[in-house]
Design a protein around this ligand. Structure first.
Ligand SMILES: Nc1ncnc2c1ncn2[C@@H]1O[C@H](COP(=O)(O)OP(=O)(O)OP(=O)(O)O)[C@@H](O)[C@H]1O
Ligand SMILES: [Mg+2]
Length: 323
């Protein structure tokens, strides 16, 4: 036949690796069900993007898709964000307000960074997960919603369950199906298609034709370890596109930042810890110190590379006495 078969793409997630193909195939299949799904993976691996794909490939696609980002929202505020509140529920609650669960009725909610939930909120969430029922803060009426629940985490939730900081019953309910986004360094064969896709995106936003990567530029992208995963690739290409200022991006325009030194430096830390017979805790301390050094004390950047939020980094710095 003259015509090539149409390329079947799994939503907007560019990929080439067999691992991603399998993952997206599973995602497409489970999207149709109403089962709760836990998306796990390091920062920038595509959890948010996959969540949206799950919604759009589901029967709920015409309904709302609502995200709540748990990191950096203090406990009580988070509770009112999720469940809403009545007028006068707390100081400053001058109006009744619908929470994200009400807003997501008939659609999908993504609880982003679910590991950050305080114990009290975990208990309330468990009830919603089990019964799809809750009350607004200071409310007496029980509200019922029809919502599909997706949650995402950068950290290992089982470890938190073992440590006793995340409820086991809630974990099992959220983790009915698990989709794990692999780090980009474990699927470097995705880099060329991702780069093409991202450069086309950048061109669309800036106007004009998409730039190509010079062979040397692509090579250096494929050699890097991408601690910040696809988001970091996006940022690197964004600045390369500006620096290059022509149809082809040369190798010199690829600035992978301080992190180029992090790979070997981080390996040295592990070796040093191993030789000293260090405990896991001591290794964590050493690693945090090394990343802070590599980022020249830039805490936002360090937290991003470590895959934790700034508050957690602050707590760990306090615990280990790191300035
Ligand atoms: N396979 C992919 N194809 C195209 N773009 C991608 C792909 N994966 C990720 N991206 C892009 O990379 C960026 C980071 O992805 P996303 O926000 O989904 O990551 P995340 O896992 O939710 O990160 P975080 O844990 O920090 O919230 C986004 O701009 C997204 O559009
Ligand atoms: Mg995200």
């Amino acid at each position: 036949m003259g015509l090539a078969a149409p390329v079947v793409t799994a939503g907007p997630l560019a990929h080439r690796s067999a691992r991603m193909a399998r993952l997206l195939e599973t995602a497409r299949r489970v999207a149709q069900s109403d089962a709760n799904i836990l998306l796990s993976g390091e920062s920038g691996t595509g959890k948010g993007m996959l969540a949206r794909f799950l919604h759009e490939a589901s029967a709920r696609q015409a309904g709302p898709f609502v995200t709540i980002t748990c990191a950096n929202i203090p406990g009580e505020l988070l509770e009112s964000e999720l469940f809403g509140h009545e007028k006068g529920a707390f100081t400053g609650a001058t109006d009744r307000r619908a929470g994200r669960f009400e807003q997501a009725d008939g659609g999908t909610i993504l609880i982003d960074g679910v590991s950050e939930l305080a114990p009290a909120v975990q208990g309330k969430l468990l009830r919603v997960v089990q019964e799809r029922a809750f009350e607004r803060l200071a409310g007496t009426r029980t509200l019922r919603v029809d919502v599909r629940i997706l949650s995402s985490t950068q950290v290992d939730l089982e470890a938190l369950v073992d440590a006793g900081t995340f409820r086991k019953d809630l974990y099992y309910r959220l983790n009915v199906i698990r989709l794990e986004l692999p780090p980009l360094r474990d699927r470097l064969e995705d880099v060329p298609v991702l780069a093409d896709h991202l450069l086309a995106d950048i061109a669309r936003r800036r106007g004009g034709a998409a730039q190509r990567l010079a062979p040397g530029a692509l090579e250096s992208l494929e050699r890097y370890e991408w601690p910040g995963n696809v988001r970091e690739l996006q940022n690197v290409l964004e600045s390369a596109a500006i620096l290059a200022d022509g149809p082809e991006i040369p190798a010199e325009a690829i600035r992978t930042g301080g992190s180029r030194r992090e790979g070997p430096a981080a390996r040295a830390v592990v070796r040093e810890a191993f030789e000293a017979g260090a405990t896991l805790e001591r290794l964590e301390e050493m690693y945090i110190r090394e990343i802070l050094r590599a980022t020249r004390g830039n805490r936002t950047e360090a937290a991003r590379i470590l895959g934790i939020n700034r508050k957690t980094l602050l707590e760990k710095r306090k615990r280990y006495g790191i300035p």
